[in-house]
Write a protein that binds this ligand. Structure first.
Ligand SMILES: Cc1cc2nc3c(=O)[nH]c(=O)nc-3n(C[C@H](O)[C@H](O)[C@H](O)COP(=O)(O)OP(=O)(O)OC[C@H]3O[C@@H](n4cnc5c(N)ncnc54)[C@H](O)[C@@H]3O)c2cc1C
Length: 320
């Protein structure tokens, strides 16, 4: 732990007496890849008030903050994350108001779908089985089974680092493939309002189950992963999984990581992977696709924490 953080330890515990605080917490326990070194400080607020207090203290102490949802789309460095990680899964309330659902950002997508089904509300069946939080899904504009988050969301509450809270109306035109307007805003989504419509409970549940079963059958939950590693790009003429497959990379191993033998665009932790093992496979894929096909594969997974310039240099062109 850096010296400055050590000196801050008592101060933080005093200022945030009500909040769960952990120091040197391995991020491997909070990411779906199950890799990642320690965060200097992990804060786990249980209400928007606590979250706001955390942001205030971080601002006053000049600490960098990373917002963590379900950790299902991240590759955290083996050296971990300097500064503060704010874990949002403690904000998990889900309410129904007429045909709308108001979900706290840290609620799991699964829970929000379950509440919708319980109330006979249709429209979000396509999301069932998507790992992670509803706030993370909005931030990423997650998409699957013919739908995407932008089609459901009507507004979201954003808490800025200086403590200002504002409601943002979300128009579909502000979103695009894997992009949301929130990626350009500095702030934490604290709740998400989704517009649904009346449906028949049995039909809703049947569609949810069908989507979930399809993920199981495709091997999504066979090993720790972050789902699709690279974005798809229509200009490439084939899904990225097929491209990597045809390049002969499916099944390739580096240390404890592998490109899944069952899917070219799912990279997996075989049990003992380090983040650098996964990085090696990403670099191999990008370089092979560039040299053999003259295309640039763009990672969907976000690189978080203490990566060196040398480590990420081979990806400089493709990291947004
Ligand atoms: C098995 C598997 C299957 C998957 N299938 C799909 C799929 O079909 N489609 C798809 O799109 N994705 C898929 N993913 C990727 C991932 O599940 C989604 O991107 C998910 O929406 C990320 O949510 P999260 O809460 O885990 O976000 P995290 O991974 O924790 O964070 C992602 C980004 O969002 C930011 N963020 C998170 N919460 C907030 C917040 N409240 N306010 C501001 N910023 C925030 C984080 O800072 C980070 O930059 C899959 C992943 C796995 C493991």
């Amino acid at each position: 732990m850096p010296r400055k953080i050590k000196e801050l330890q008592q101060n933080i515990e005093r200022l945030l007496a009500a909040v769960e605080v952990r120091f040197d917490e391995p991020m491997s326990g909070f990411t779906s890849f199950q890799v990642g070194g320690p965060a200097d400080i992990l804060l786990i607020p249980r209400s928007v008030g606590e979250l706001s207090d955390c942001l205030t203290v971080c601002r006053q102490e000049g600490l960098d903050v990373f917002l963590l949802g379900g950790g299902t789309n991240l590759l955290v460095s083996d050296r971990g994350i300097r500064g503060v990680v704010l874990l949002l899964t403690g904000l998990a309330e889900v309410r129904v108001k007429g045909l709308q659902i108001i979900a706290s950002a840290g609620a799991s997508v699964e829970k929000v779908c379950e509440v919708a089904a319980d109330h006979g509300l249709s429209g979000m069946e396509f999301l069932y089985g998507l790992p992670g939080t509803i706030g993370g899904a909005l931030w990423m504009n997650a998409r699957c089974y013919g739908g995407e988050m932008s089609e459901l969301c009507v507004s979201a509450q954003l808490l800025t680092p200086n403590g200002e809270s504002r409601r943002i109306a979300t128009g579909q035109s502000d979103f695009s493939y894997k992009k949301s307007p929130f990626q350009l805003m500095d702030g934490c989504i604290t709740d998400v309002v989704l517009q649904l419509h009346k449906g028949e409970q049995q039909a809703i549940r049947a569609e949810m189950q069908q989507n979930y079963d399809d993920r199981v059958q495709k091997g999504h939950f066979q090993a720790p992963s972050a789902g699709s590693l690279f974005k798809n790009n229509r200009d490439f003429g084939a899904p990225t999984g097929k491209i990597l497959d045809e390049l002969g990379l499916r099944g390739r191993v580096s240390g404890g990581a592998a490109i899944a033998p069952f899917h070219g665009n799912i990279f997996i932790n075989n049990g003992s992977a380090k983040a650098v093992d996964i990085l090696d496979l990403i670099v191999l894929s990008v370089e092979t696709a560039r040299s053999k096909l003259n295309i640039l594969l763009e990672p969907e997974v976000r690189f978080v924490g203490e990566w060196s310039d040398e480590e990420l240099a081979p990806l400089a062109e493709v990291l947004s």
